[in-house]
Design a protein around this ligand. Structure first.
Ligand code: GLY
Length: 371
């Protein structure tokens, strides 16, 4: 098992990356946290797969564990579901000496993290991410929260976990579309921060798609190491952390137009990265040869969703409502070269329109369906 640390003074915490290590978590909890009482928050799909294993190993280790299971899917990041979780925690008698365990993908991690941040003004929590996307992104860095009907992630807190426990073996049960979605975020780290890691992705994209254990362990570790460095510099996204939003200004708008149902987050981010890299070329920030490398790598990730039916007018309206827009001015994290980013305010609507036309024409090839 490999370890790294997010350095945030008294809120620092370790990330463990291994394969087949879920059963060892309770021993680590005993060593690392003094609590004996835990509330496990998971979704139905993940709980069916891994809940019993975690409960058994906790009991063997002498830890008391209660569970709250929510439906799978983005809808569980709602105000109603959050209230229900609070009610269940109160009825179970949870108090400040309990610890929240978040077992699941990004939705569970965000909901459980926010529940931990809010309940009795804050309980410790542990992230146990089970999707590739959550392992490389949402479980690290302390962004927790829920959606408001008017805006995704509008209600939340920066609240760091005490520990992130990553078991690569859990990815084996992931639907292929989730792997594809997670891989877009993996490649993002190469583009925004590291030419070496970008090259690693170019060399190993097939093995990553096939979930090769050693390659995935190395990739997830690298992504977490990059994210840990960025978060350590800028926990609350007042500076460098914004580079993690590469592909997200356009990507989030695509998700919004699709009502967060018909496209996976990573697919939308992949298309957003392609569009935003295209904009960087138009602005003469990025060399066309570098753009070609980015385009060729992204083309190897088999997107499943076409955006042909989206209109630019709808996309643009969604972009202006995004919480990344400042005073209605659109901010983009754009690549200057592979491994280096710049934050740019873009005022020209036609630049974005051209980039959107580019991805509508070039972003999606008909790959073999994995749905
Ligand atoms: N997912 C982007 C961030 O954590 O800042």
């Amino acid at each position: 098992m490999k370890t790294l640390k997010v350095e945030l003074a008294d809120r620092s915490y370790p990330i463990y990356v291994g394969s087949g290590n879920l059963a060892k978590l309770p021993e680590m909890l005993k060593l690392f946290l003094s609590a004996r009482r835990y509330i496990l928050l998971s979704d139905k799909n993940v709980f069916v797969l891994y809940g019993a294993q975690l409960i058994d190993s906790c009991e063997e280790a002498g830890l008391h564990l209660q569970q709250i299971i929510v439906p799978a899917g983005e809808k569980s990041k709602s105000i109603e579901r959050f209230t229900e979780v609070m009610t269940k925690m109160l009825k179970l008698g949870v108090s400040r000496d309990w610890v929240v365990l978040a077992l699941g993908g990004g939705v569970v991690g965000d909901l459980a993290g926010f529940a931990a941040a809010s309940f009795m003004r804050g309980l410790p929590f542990v992230q146990i991410p089970t999707s590739l996307l959550a392992q490389v992104d949402s479980s690290v860095g302390g962004k927790t929260g829920i959606n408001h009907p008017l805006c995704k992630n509008a209600i939340g807190a920066f609240y760091q976990p005490k520990l992130v426990w990553i078991d690569i073996a859990l990815l084996k049960s992931l639907p292929k579309l989730e792997v594809i979605s997670g891989l877009a975020e993996v490649v993002k780290y190469g583009i925004i921060y590291s030419r070496d890691f970008f090259h690693f992705c170019e060399t190993n994209i097939e093995q990553m798609l096939a979930l090769d254990s050693d390659i995935c362990t190395a990739a997830v570790y690298q992504c977490c190491a990059i994210k840990a460095k960025i978060v350590a510099q800028d926990e609350r996204e007042s500076g460098v952390r914004a580079i993690l939003n590469f592909g997200h200004t356009i990507g989030h708008a695509i998700e919004t137009v699709f009502g967060y149902r018909r496209i996976k987050h990573g697919e939308a981010v992949l298309l957003g990265m392609l569009a935003e890299a295209f904009m960087a070329v138009q602005l003469e920030l990025l060399n066309p040869k570098e753009f070609d490398r980015i385009r060729q790598l992204l083309a190897q990730i088999p997107l499943q969703t076409s955006i042909a039916e989206i209109s630019f007018a709808d996309l643009f309206t969604a972009m202006k409502h995004d919480k990344k827009a400042l005073d209605n001015r659109l901010r983009f994290a754009l690549p200057k070269t592979i491994g280096e980013m710049i934050i740019v305010i873009v005022e020209k609507e036609n630049l974005i329109a051209d980039a959107f036309e580019f991805i509508q024409q070039n972003g999606w090839q008909r790959h073999k369906s994995v749905r």
